[in-house]
Design a protein around this ligand. Structure first.
Ligand SMILES: [Zn+2]
Ligand SMILES: [Zn+2]
Length: 989
């Protein structure tokens, strides 16, 4: 602890040290049971006043000799950091020093003491006769805003964290602090609970406010502890203790209350004495001065005249009785607070040598041996094991609907509309201007709006002409920097003046040389997953949907377009206005500026591109209107008015981005023969799955991409026939197999665990192809027509909402699982969604067109001479890809030369075929292709095409040298995401 009552002067009085003599039975029980103490403040006392606790008797309440005498086995060493250090770098420093001091203690007697980081450690060290020192952190301030720091402390051994201490901190309100800035937990605090569950750190609710307590219990996926709290029943009004109702809730969640021994925790009389003493001292301090001799004398006289009423061992036993009565024997433990409450410990419980006296008291009150052992340690060890289990299974546990990748607090204040006034400065590679955010107060008393930002320069915030105060929080590597804005009293909007950084992760500024036309610069944004915050300060979480409008100022001659209503006839006068009437998640706000022209393709479809690409693109994607009509027939009305395409320069890191009304598309799919247009079907399908029904957090990405991939196959089948569907399905399945083989089990799960990780670094085609395969199985089981009806209704029911995997599972329970109980099995569905790999007996896609290819390949492998053994007349691009992708890994130089000579693969104009061939060329060190590979890497920035090549190249010294050279040359033209994904691979040691 270290709370108010800690100020209790040590001069109070010397108390009788004559502990009640414990019975022999109690002594024996103390030695043969594992005694865990939830809270011993030895480290902070060492920190202030060092003494070697391993050598003989000290004057402390805890040392090795006393612990052995009392039969204590696993006292949690409190890594306590005072609230006065909250928000400073000193805070983490202190925590590290305290851990150092525990390590130093262990190093002084390594044969007798060891740190314990698991239940298994405690048990095995108990058998070896060693004292275990587990670590608990009291006050989460040292973590700052960083899950990385949290991991660092976990790695150092911290196994519980008391969220706050004497003051409300950035995680939680405190029971001791009347300021209730969060009304419970902060948004970060809520995320922190989830992350502690994931890592396997117990959540300690000692010290938090009641509101925070209840929120923790709602969120935590594992039982929680109160490491050193007593029963409020005996100390009415003392929020630091736990009420009966709270204890019931704690027990229902499986947790444990560890009873604090301190007199002022267990006795109302002691509490009152302390309150009176404090009030009198404060008065005296005013009269005599803070550090005066008179004040000191006053305090001594006070204590002599009115001695501190110590509680007794019996008082503590009363608390244990009450806790057992309220919560049951499984939920009570001991959290003495030795070395933490000054000289205020009860008569008979003065040091860790006194556990036998406590055990004796329990025996006398009729507790059975097994029950006493539960209280002494087994209950805490059970909770700790549960926490370890949850951490191991964390990939299968869902967060309670909050977004781990945003600082925003939409549960308190929700932004509903964003209004942008921005000027694009191509010379400085900056957007500059304002964002005006209109919001709803979800909690009427909320006073802070928290926005996400990354690398933004905030120049000021105002509302209705008044300046508003704001602060920027600590920057997290993955999340960026939170912007805290004090809410204006009389208004529901704020305007942020800001500019972006030239390195904004969501913007790419291209020089004229990097465009097709070579005359004008180009800018495009890419907001998914968490990059909108790098060009707009906003609540960057898919849980929040906003409408938006924008005025964009550009250099004359350029055209700006957005994921909003675009006017293709807008004059090129350097000013463009947009309005987006449908509410979208932030990741769908998009902007591009360049030398753009427009060509219609159908009634509702058209294409924007640089003039030299325009005709080619319009021809390639001419089927877009038909795709739109087909999708509407299958899944319901298209709700976004127009569907246009924007063709970006080749550095676009993705195939496409489903920005509503205006999909952003890589030019690498313009093949001249419509062979790669499934990408358009995919981006279009997102108008239903993703844009209309959105994932609520990035863990639920599969709800966007799995559904969209499934829809894509269906659209392709409807437009181009079953044969093409079969071919694409086989290729999709094969690429899924490759991905599965390369991923750890946890990353093969659809509802992937991203907590503490950067989504960009983790995303793969698992949510796409595995998600689609899952939905295809559902379709096969219930029948296509029924499944189509289900999907149509699903899109209706969740129209313009953001949902979690939880929501989806609950929806399945009410719909397909209820309607087809004999055809569907929930356990198998859970396996699809929450387990790695694929369930047994998945229907593997087949294509007849590929058996011809298999025959050709085998023929060639047996006899050589590709010109005569392989007849590719009429082969689709997919057959070519299948032909190449399924070659044996090792081919001879002669075989490579033969294939290339027959089919001119090195010079293939199809970017996908070229990619497959180059992969073979690198693996087999086929020199003649290297120049082409080099220019391919420099020309194209689409990650799907370049990342595998880099990964393959770096496997050899020669390849690595080439990869590095190509990367350096290409880097100025690469998108930040392509750089991020490949740079560490290419330059790895
Ligand atoms: Zn405490
Ligand atoms: Zn997609």
């Amino acid at each position: 602890m270290k709370a108010k009552h800690l100020l209790l002067p040590l001069v109070i009085l010397l108390t009788s040290q004559n502990a009640l003599a414990a019975s022999e039975q109690a002594e024996r029980l103390a030695q043969e049971s594992i005694i865990v103490d939830g809270h011993v403040d030895a480290p902070y006392r060492l920190h202030n006043n060092w003494t070697d606790l391993t050598q003989g008797e000290t004057k402390r309440e805890f040392d090795l000799a006393l612990a052995n005498k009392g039969g204590l086995n696993a006292p949690f060493m409190s890594i306590y950091v005072p609230s006065s250090q909250d928000g400073t770098v000193q805070s983490a420093q202190t925590a590290h020093q305290l851990i150092d001091s525990v390590e130093a203690l262990v190093a002084r007697a390594p044969d007798k003491i060891a740190i314990a980081t698991s239940v298994a450690d405690v048990r095995s060290q108990f058998k070896q006769g060693k004292l275990s020192l587990p670590l608990g952190m009291e006050n989460g301030a040292p973590i700052g805003n960083s899950f990385e720091t949290l991991r660092e402390f976990f790695d150092r051994g911290i196994r519980y964290i008391t969220l706050t201490h004497a003051k409300s901190n950035h995680i939680s309100d405190s029971s001791y602090d009347e300021t209730r800035q969060w009304h419970g937990l902060s948004q970060f605090g809520k995320r922190l609970v989830g992350e502690m569950n994931r890592l396997g750190i117990m959540v300690d609710i000692a010290h938090v406010s009641d509101d925070a307590f209840y929120q923790v219990l709602d969120i935590s996926r594992a039982p929680v502890i109160a490491s050193h709290s007593s029963m409020r029943h005996f100390t009415p009004g003392f929020e630091r203790n736990v009420s009966d109702a709270m204890l019931k809730k704690l027990a229902a969640n499986g947790g444990v209350i560890m009873i604090n021994f301190g007199s002022s925790f267990v006795s109302q009389e002691s509490r009152k004495w302390y309150d009176d003493y404090k009030a009198a001292s404060e008065q005296a301090a005013q009269k005599y001065g803070k550090d005066s001799a008179e004040l000191k004398q006053f305090k001594e006289d006070y204590v002599t005249g009115s001695p501190f009423p110590f509680a007794t061992l019996d008082t503590v036993l009363d608390h244990i009785d009450r806790a057992v009565q309220v919560a049951g024997i499984e939920h009570v433990g001991l959290g003495s607070d030795f070395d933490g409450v000054g000289d205020s410990l009860p008569e008979g419980l003065k040091t860790v040598a006194d556990y036998p006296a406590l055990i004796d008291g329990l025996l006398q009150r009729g507790y059975a041996k097994a029950d006493i052992q539960k209280i002494l340690g087994e209950n805490l060890l059970r909770v700790w094991s549960e926490v370890e289990k949850v951490a191991n299974n964390s990939a299968q546990m869902l967060p309670a609907g909050y977004d781990e990748h945003s600082f925003a607090n939409p549960d308190q204040v929700k932004v509903t509309h964003v209004s942008l006034q921005l000027t694009a400065n191509f010379k400085k590679s900056e957007l500059e201007g304002t964002a005006t955010l209109t919001f709803d107060r979800v909690q009427p008393n909320a006073d802070t709006l928290i926005l996400d930002t990354r690398d933004l320069t905030i120049e000021g915030v105002n509302s209705g002409g008044q300046l508003i105060s704001y602060t920027l929080g600590k920057t997290d590597k993955n999340l960026g920097t939170p912007l805290y804005i004090k809410l204006p009293k009389a208004s529901n909007s704020v305007t942020v003046h800001y500019k972006t950084s030239p390195k904004a992760s969501g913007l790419q500024w291209l020089t004229p040389a990097q465009t097709a036309g070579k005359q004008q610069p180009f800018l495009f944004s890419q907001a998914q997953a968490t990059h909108a915050r790098s060009f707009i300060p906003l609540q960057d979480t898919p849980q929040v949907r906003v409408t938006y409008d924008a005025t964009i100022n550009t250099p004359k001659a350029l055209r700006a377009v957005m994921s909003a209503a675009n006017d293709p006839n807008a004059e090129l006068d350097g000013r463009f206005e947009f309005n987006m009437p449908q509410a979208v998640p932030s990741y769908l706000i998009a902007l591009a500026i360049g030398d753009l022209a427009f060509q219609p393709m159908g009634k509702r479809t058209g294409v924007y591109a640089e003039p030299s690409w325009l005709a080619k693109a319009a021809a390639e994607f001419a089927d877009t209107e038909a795709m739109l009509e087909t999708t509407e027939k299958l899944y319901g009305h298209y709700d976004w008015d127009r569907y246009d395409l924007l063709i970006l320069p080749p550095s676009f890191p993705f195939g496409g981005m489903e920005n509503p009304r205006l999909s952003f598309i890589t030019p690498t799919v313009i093949a001249g023969d419509k062979s790669l247009v499934s990408l358009i079907a995919h981006e279009l399908a997102h108008s239903w799955s993703g844009n209309a029904v959105s994932n609520a957090s990035w863990r639920d990405l599969w709800l966007n991409e799995g559904f969209t991939t499934y829809l894509t196959y269906r659209i392709m089948e409807a437009i181009y026939g079953k044969e093409r569907f079969d071919q694409e399905a086989v290729l999709g399945y094969q690429s899924l197999q490759h991905t599965l083989a390369s991923k750890t089990p946890n990353d093969q799960i659809l509802a992937i665990d991203l907590a503490g990780r950067d989504p960009d670094a983790v995303f793969s085609n698992i949510p796409y192809e595995k998600g689609a395969l899952f939905l295809r199985e559902l379709e096969h089981k219930v029948g296509r027509e029924n499944f189509d009806n289900f999907l149509m209704q699903y899109f209706k029911d969740f129209h313009f909402q953001s949902i979690t995997t939880d929501n989806f599972m609950a929806y399945l329970d009410k719909t397909l699982l209820a309607d087809y109980p004999d055809k569907l099995d929930r356990a198998r569905i859970e396996q699809w969604v929450f387990a790695p790999g694929l369930p047994e007996g998945v229907a593997v896609p087949q294509s007849d067109a590929f058996s011809i290819v298999d025959t050709a390949r085998s023929n060639w492998l047996a006899k050589g001479d590709a010109k005569t053994t392989v007849n590719p007349e009429g082969w689709t691009v997919h057959q070519w890809l299948y032909f190449l992708n399924n070659m044996p890994k090792q081919l001879t130089p002669g075989q490579m030369t033969d294939l290339d000579a027959a089919f001119n693969l090195t010079d293939s104009a199809n970017n996908e075929i070229a990619h497959s061939w180059y992969m073979l060329a690198v693996t087999n060190d086929y020199e003649p292709a290297y120049d082409a590979i080099y220019s391919y890497l420099v020309r194209i920035g689409r990650n799907k095409l370049v990342a595998p090549l880099y990964a393959e190249l770096v496997k050899t010294t020669k390849g690595k040298a080439m990869a590095q050279k190509a990367f350096k040359e290409a880097k100025p033209g690469y998108h930040p995401l392509t750089i991020k994904k490949n740079e560490s691979v290419v330059f790895a040691d």
